[in-house]
Design a protein around this ligand. Structure first.
Ligand code: KIV
Ligand code: ZN
Length: 525
């Protein structure tokens, strides 16, 4: 390790190879169980990704649903810097739909894929290698007729036979693919093996210099980031990743980890990304808020403990010199050593300043709503911490498009049951009221919701944690619902745990309704 990794990394950046950061939070991330985002949430995430310097944003899978199509079109039309990418299977209708969704993009990219491993070709596709090869050529050519920037992925690339892999990669490049992605779809490979695979393909494929090679690693064995970095060392120059590592099953390589590994270990990873690393924490919080997926406390780079030093020995070392126990600074990833304390006497200007510090840019109406909610909170809580404001604003963003909203709730709880909840909701603009009993106050609250909005979804998870310390802390509740094999997660925060529970349940229910609508719109096509 160098004596001063942070300053070395900064001064060496000009001599380093630029790595393309391809973010698939809105596609691979959003397609994982429970991570459904509303259109408004997708746009918020896309705006932030664009602002933080992501090179390519995979905004969705346009043929999958009308909702996905709309999201890709809107993201395409508003990104100022990033290329916008739409995913397509190896089918003309998929590719044409992706091209249509990308019409408004300054820099459109079509990403088409097909499985190439023996197990996928035999069991999933039920096609011979020759049939798959033909499809690759036909589909890449079709995509290339629509746009100049075409990415082709060999799904399950790490379990594909080498001769066949080289043959299809060569054909894809000849048909016009400008990026070749070799995914570790099932999270099976190891760093050494992946390094050797990427190197082998680049060396054996005669036209490999005509395309950029890309890595896309899943985290089933916890090696997605290590594998991605090994791929870079073998010559890949694009990494596909997601904020907080969300994605199918165990997730994808986490963007914040990849980017900070490159930045911090420039001595052994001589690469540079265009990411404004000070925005990583903000991105992590936004994605966590809109998906309702909590970030584990000890998560690398963005976990709440990532820069916390509890043991006496560590604290002593830190006081003497921060580099004793810190390999990167909290500021470099956007953790603020905060200053401005907020309370009930804070006015609009202070609140605006605080939002700016925390990285939020709200429109006038959103700002007024958030300010009113902040005032309500400050009346109930002596000190309003940054985490409180983040929970409040994130909730504001997350509920803006909800069809079902909580209007009021009162609950009778205590040692003498049954507990009772009286709840008023606004459903599609109409107010409805219900009283319900339950085996405990939370059960009574959820029964009231079920009576007002009948549904068969199963409650799979109910989890409460405190946003900050103290008995007046806001409770943050996560709820996971499942229906017909689809799961969604909702989150709600409030100083009253029961109100937070109602909000979380309603947030999940709103997402479930959205998901049902998306499925219907796809089925109707
Ligand atoms: O994991 C995977 O193989 C994918 C492809 C669609 C690139 O997500
Ligand atoms: Zn994937």
């Amino acid at each position: 390790m160098t004596a001063n990794p942070q300053s070395d990394a900064a001064t060496e950046s000009t001599a380093k190879d630029r790595v393309i950061i391809f973010d698939t939070t809105l596609r691979d991330g959003e397609q994982c169980p429970g991570a459904t985002m509303t259109l408004e949430e997708k746009l918020q995430v896309a705006d932030l990704l664009d602002e933080m310097g992501v090179d390519v944003i995979e905004a969705g899978f346009p043929i999958a649903s009308n909702g996905d199509f709309e999201a890709v079109s809107l993201v395409a039309a508003r990104m100022k810097n990033a290329s916008v990418c739409g995913l397509a299977r190896a089918a003309f209708k998929d590719i044409d739909r992706a091209a249509e969704a990308l019409k408004g993009a300054r820099r459109p990219r079509i990403h088409t894929f097909i499985s190439t491993s023996p197990v996928h070709m035999k069991w999933k596709l039920q096609k011979t290698p020759d049939e798959v090869h033909e499809l690759v050529v036909a589909q890449v050519s079709r995509a290339r007729n629509h746009v100049e920037d075409v990415e082709w992925s060999c799904e399950d690339g790490t379990r594909t036979e080498h001769d066949f892999l080289c043959k299809v990669v060569e054909s894809a490049i000849r048909a016009g693919a400008t990026t070749i992605n070799i995914p570790d779809t099932v999270g099976y490979t190891t760093p050494e093996e992946y390094f050797a695979l990427i190197k082998m393909v680049r060396e054996r494929v005669p036209n490999s210099d005509k395309a950029i090679f890309s890595v896309h690693c899943h985290d089933d064995l916890g090696m997605a980031v290590a594998n991605s970095l090994a791929g870079l060392r073998a010559g890949a120059r694009q990494i596909e990743c997601t904020v907080n590592g969300i994605g199918e099953r165990a997730g994808n390589a986490a963007m914040e980890e990849v980017v900070m590994a490159i930045q911090t270990r420039g001595d052994v990873l001589p690469f540079a990304s265009g990411i404004k690393t000070e925005m990583l924490t903000r991105a992590s919080k936004l994605v966590s808020a809109v998906t309702s997926f909590p970030v584990q406390y000890n998560k690398a780079v963005v976990g709440r403990n990532a820069f916390a030093h509890e043991s006496g020995i560590h604290q002593d070392g830190m006081l003497k010199h921060t580099q004793t126990y810190e390999i990167m600074t909290p500021e470099s990833v956007g953790v603020k050593q905060t200053s401005l304390v907020m309370g009930k006497h804070s006015g609009r200007n202070a609140f605006r300043e605080k939002l700016k510090q925390l990285g939020y840019q709200l429109g006038d109406n959103e700002f007024e709503d958030a300010f009113n909610r902040f005032k309500d909170l400050a009346d109930r809580k002596k000190v309003v911490y940054d985490e409180d404001i983040e929970a409040l604003v994130d909730q504001e963003i997350a509920t803006a498009q909800d069809r079902i909203k909580l209007v009021s709730l009162s609950v009778i709880a205590g040692t003498h049951g049954p507990q009772r909840a009286t709840m008023r909701l606004e459903v599609d603009g109409a107010r409805v009221l219900e009283e319900a009993e339950g085996n405990g106050p939370v059960d009574a609250v959820f029964n009231a919701i079920k009576a007002l909005v009948p549904h068969d979804a199963k409650l799979e998870l109910y989890q409460v944690h405190a946003v900050t310390e103290g008995t007046d802390a806001q409770a943050e509740v996560s709820v996971r619902l499942s229906e017909g094999g689809k799961t969604v997660t909702g989150r709600g925060a409030d100083p009253d745990t029961l109100v937070a529970s109602a909000k979380a349940y309603l947030s999940a229910l709103n997402k479930l309704i959205l998901k049902r609508e998306q499925l219907h719109s796809t089925a109707a096509e």
